[in-house]
Design a binder for this molecule. Sequence first.
Ligand code: 5AD
Ligand code: SF4
Length: 446
Amino acid sequence: MARFLIRTYGCQMNERDSELLGCLLRDRGHLPTESEEQADVILVNTCSVRDQAERKAVGKVGLFKRLKRQKPSLVIGIIGCMAQAHGQALLDELPHVDLVVGPDQLHDIPDLVEAALQGAAAVVATAVREVIPGDLSAHAPDQVFASVAVMRGCNQFCSYCIVPQTRGRERSRPLADIVAEVEQLATRGTREVLLLGQNITAYGVAEARHEGGAGAAHPRFADLLRAVHAVPGIVRLRFTSPHIRFMDADFVDCVCSLPKVCKAFHIPVQSGSDRILQLMHRGYTAADYLRVVEAIRGRLDRVAFSTDVIVGFPTETAEDFAATRELMRRVGFDMAYIFKYSPRRGTQAADRFPDDVSAEVKLQRNQLLLEDLEGSVAARNQARVGQCIEVLVEGPSRRNAARWQGRSDTSKVVIFDPVGTLAPGALVRVTVERATAHSLFGSIVP
Ligand code: 5AD
Ligand code: SF4
């Protein structure tokens, strides 16, 4: 029995992978710990999307050198996207590391960890797998909210993005497996499921292409959504991330008409300038993006949009940036992640264009968008004061255990006083009395 600690950087897929890995290790009799000093095994699940994320992870692993000196039997592993992108080079740079394991080898990690605990030499395992093997249904217990990975990899090759290299080509899990996993979660008390995929709207597309001809009937994203929607006990469904190119009229109809699908959509836009979108290989224009947003708004009374934006992509002018600002103003996002462009070696953008927007200009554009956003989010939250909204109860608030918290269907944190025999997983109606930039406060409607 070993005590293990998993540190996670990056996206929700990495969070899910770490959860799955924790379950696999627990199934072998190992025990989780939160203490770096007590751990016999430390695994760092890494992200390669931006240089800053990589530097943070390398810095963290560097700090473990001291622990290893004190306890030479300590096993240290770098897993996830950085392991895939850099392989052996990580071992050369950080010789106190024992394991470098890519995202497709997740299921081999318990064996590799046990071998390392027995004193095996350092290993790099980064082979790409056509089918991800084993038990994909391992989840931490008692989760009102749970994530389910429905596909892996990405075929889009946006010019700035390293993901197609680190996570490989798109592979979708069979629909029946996903439904079985969600059914199992529901019997264990999960009420809200977040479906995950790098480009989730391409679910089943690569499989249909392989099958070809009459076999091209592999279920697609809308089929997946309808099948999971039918699972009893699940009251809310979310998904991330969709891609505008795949969001046709059927998609809009499906997400708007299925009542359990939360009316909060995270749709990465990346830029509001058509010229930059083209250089990014996004395959849509700002007008296409707005059309989808308007189509959804036209069908729903209440809906929230969130997005990802990159500022300072090569050649981005003040005019391009103004187009991004204008698009963001027109949509009125409830939330946005804003990133400064970071060249990733091996991507088309990094190979073909110099990183010619200065760090100062990137920072300035980043701050301007954040300021715009703050104003828009505050106004949107303020507009919810007086409204009665549906809240899925999570449990006692993290800040103040006397109050409880939950989430609105538009993904807002809602704080309220518990009444009666309230249990996590209950759906209640709350009248919003006060709003801040991050949360809504209110009272349960009896
Ligand atoms: N530089 C900055 N941001 C990036 N993203 C992806 N690649 C890069 C990069 N090279 C952002 C995109 C994506 C999000 C997950 O990360 O906005 O949607
Ligand atoms: Fe990267 Fe584009 Fe794929 Fe998203 S859709 S993971 S940004 S290549």
